[in-house]
Design a binder for this molecule. Structure first.
Ligand code: HSE
Length: 312
């Protein structure tokens, strides 16, 4: 009897931009690329094993209990009430510690692949819980990367417990630029610098802007989107950790970006743009600003509305 089934399922999960400026832990959006690929296969030996990880330069643990793909897969099996042996293979297309939801993409791809292997007993939305457990184990309990990585598009996390999500519309002409400098910043480190309390005027400003940003996504008012991205609470604290951060944001705005801020916990920086053409110009300007801080970077110009996890 062979020790593995012939059936191997391959799944891709995309990078995501969490926060989108001032929506700390509550807004996240899927990008077209890059992303992680996870292959899952049923094996005779019970339990979960990660047989291979590529593209991570040896940085990630093969131990399933310490790896977000392994943790999400384990919680998916538990939620489905199934006890079988599964082997995972992970190909990291996403840089680690980049602010592009690297841990979330591995978790989402693994949870979706395992669910497909089981014949899809769980709905996509039910995989968010297992993926949140994986995020909580490595970077903090938040769903603004795993939700868009699984569901695609732009997702508002209204509540984590119980989970309550709102899918927001994205104006057709909206593009998202992300530049990723060649430095790592862990989400844990970037969460550690956040202020423990917020001055009331900053709370008022952020509340007004977040409400107006949501309304602008519905109305398609790009001018309003541009006015609402600046954040008075999280971004100023984190900008200190990213060389050239404010210069990159200002370069994006000077080049015509509608708004620009840190992607997730950084060091990537994102911008909203009104067209692909503008996105390409903005990406060049942002990369030039990072290079003044002696950092080269990867650039992505993505449509605003992209799908989430998918079978390859
Ligand atoms: N909302 C999270 C944070 C996203 O900003 O810490 C991490 O990618």
């Amino acid at each position: 009897m062979p020790d593995k089934s012939d059936k191997q399922i391959s799944v891709f999960a995309p990078a995501t931009v969490a926060n989108l400026g001032l929506g700390f832990d509550v807004l996240g959006l899927a990008l077209i690329e890059p992303g992680d690929t996870v292959k899952a296969q049923v094996v005779l030996e019970p339990g979960l094993r990660i047989s291979k990880i590529s593209g991570d330069g040896g940085a990630l643990p093969l131990e399933a209990a310490d790896n977000t793909a392994g943790i999400a897969a384990w919680h998916t099996l538990k939620k489905a009430g199934v006890e079988i042996g599964i082997e995972l293979e992970i190909d990291k297309g996403l840089p680690i510690g980049s602010g592009l939801g690297s841990s979330a993409a591995s978790a989402a791809a693994a949870a979706y692949a395992v669910n497909l292997l089981l014949g899809s007993p769980l709905r996509k939305k039910e995989l968010i819980g297992p993926c949140i457990e994986a995020e909580a184990a490595v970077s903090g309990r938040h769903a603004d990367n795993v939700a868009p990585a699984l569901l695609g598009g732009l997702i508002l996390i209204r509540s984590m417990q119980p989970l309550d999500l709102v899918r927001l519309p994205i104006p057709e002409d909206l593009f998202v630029v992300v530049v990723t400098p060649e430095v790592e910043l862990s989400t844990k480190e970037a969460r550690a610098v956040l202020p423990g309390s917020v001055p009331l005027p900053d709370l008022v400003s952020n509340t007004a802007n977040l409400a107006a940003l949501v309304s602008a996504f519905y109305s398609g008012d790009l001018g309003m989107i541009a006015r609402c991205v600046p954040d008075k609470v999280v971004t100023p604290a984190r900008a200190e950790l990213i060389p050239g951060c404010m210069d990159v944001i200002n370069a994006a705005l000077d080049a015509g970006a509608l708004g620009s801020s840190i992607s997730g916990s950084g060091p990537s920086v994102f911008s909203f743009c009104h067209s692909q053409r503008s996105g390409i110009q903005v990406a060049e300007a942002m990369a030039a600003a990072f290079s003044k801080a002696d950092l080269s970077c990867r650039k992505v110009v993505s449509p605003g509305n992209c799908c989430g996890v998918r079978r390859l």
